[in-house]
Every structure is written in structure tokens, then in C-alpha cells.
Design a protein around this ligand. Sequence first.
Ligand code: DGL
Length: 271
Amino acid sequence: MAAIGIFDSGYGGLTILDSIRQKLPQYDYVYLGDNARAPYGTRSFEVVYRYTLQCVRKLFEFDCPLIILACNTASAKALRSIQQNDLPKIAPQNRVLGVIRPTVEAVDKLTKTRSVGLLATSGTVQSNSYPLEIKKLYPDISITSQACPMWVPLVENNEFTNSGAEFFIEKDLKNLLAADTNIDAIMLGCTHYPLLLPLIEKFVSPKINIISQGKIVAESLNDYLQRHPEIDKRLSRNSTVQFYTSEQDTKFSQSASLFLNQDIVAQHIEM
Ligand code: DGL
């Protein structure tokens, strides 16, 4: 078994896994959620890097030759160091990819006003990764960022269907849209946020494109595998998926089943 590893701090990466499995159902997948230490969004560079590297090593132990960091915070704070410093030492033949670059590549076609918004964790916003990527690829696009520190805890604690959740979502969206009234596209720069989409849509005009990352990352992975047959041919194809969590497995199984709308049995691993 040589599965594609999908990593997130918690449940958010399930939104990416779901889209990837729809696009590429033939492969095997191993999902790892570090729920016991989520959220990552308010943690320092040092800590996010250390936790992410531990999880990447764990997925290598599960024989995953290719890992997607399905977490913007980890992609912003740990991906480059892992790719440049750790991979050459620990597994030079393996690959680790992130979610920020494909999202930024996709935004070009989704904005006419060239004013886009970013909703993300404090860590992703502070890292400045999105504005830097936008500047490199599309210097004419201006980006306004809004950190939403309460959104991930609402999802992780399964508290997002009550009116308390609406308060925070409305507040952060109002701040973003007031900061630049020309925004016609909003990137959901955190993989947990698509789970909040019905609430987000309540407070955003239908004229504004809301960009979820699932399909974008799935397309980009498909493209990557076509361009890299040396990785593709190492991947097994039995259409299986295994779930691991650093939290209690029954809690993960319950919440993940709810989010994915299918029965899931997760296993606990110690991180
Ligand atoms: N899903 C992660 C992301 O995309 C959430 C990070 C967190 O744990 O705060 O950024």
C-alpha cells in the first residue's frame, strides 16, 4: 500500500479529501487529523512547523510517498522548511505539497474587479503567504485579509450550527467587506471554512464569488500526478481510505461522519 497522505490540524482537511476522492477515486488515502493539538491557527511558526513535521513523518511511516498538507496554516508556516530542509534528509524520494499556491493560481479567473478578500486563521494571515504569492503571480490583484480566530474552534467543537457561531461569522465578514468595498471574490484560506459555507453565504452578496479550495486542490493534484509519472506509478490503487486522529477515535469518527455524510471509523494514534 502506497497511499496519498492527507494532513490537517483537525477536521478541515476532510473537505479537501472529499473533493480529491471525487476527482481521483482510484487511489488509496490515509487521512491524519492532529485534533488533539488543534487549532494550529494561533500557534507560533516554531510550533506549527514542529507539529507538522511530526505528522509528515508519521504519514511516511504509513508508507505515503506523497503528502498533501490540507491545512493552510501548515502550508504557510511549515511547507517550505519541510520541502527544503527536512525532505532531502528524511525521504528525498517522497513529496509534500501545500494548498496555498493552487488556490492563488485559481483566483485570477474569479475576479473582475481585481480586489479579492482572504479569510484565514491568524497564523496564515500573519505569515503573509497569500499576499506574497498573489504579488508574484498577479501583481494587479489587491488582497485584503481578515483573520477569523473563532471559526476553527467552532468547527472543531461542532458548535457551528447555533446562533453564537453566526455572530462571529457575520462580524468577520462585515470587517472584510468594509475594508474594501470592491471585493468580488473571497478565498476561504482555511480548509475548515467550507463546513461553514451555508452560514457564510447568509452574509455575502451572491454577486461575490466564494472560493473553496477542495476542487481547486483536487484539479491541481490531478495535474501534478500527470506531470510526475515517477510519483504516480508508486501510488497504490485500491480506492481505500483510512482515518487517523491524535484525539479520541470515537469523537473523530462521529464528527467526521457528520461532515462527510458517510460512516467513518477512525483509529487513534499517539503524536
Ligand atoms: N484547516 C486549517 C487551515 O487550513 C486550520 C488551522 C487551525 O488548526 O487553526 O488553516
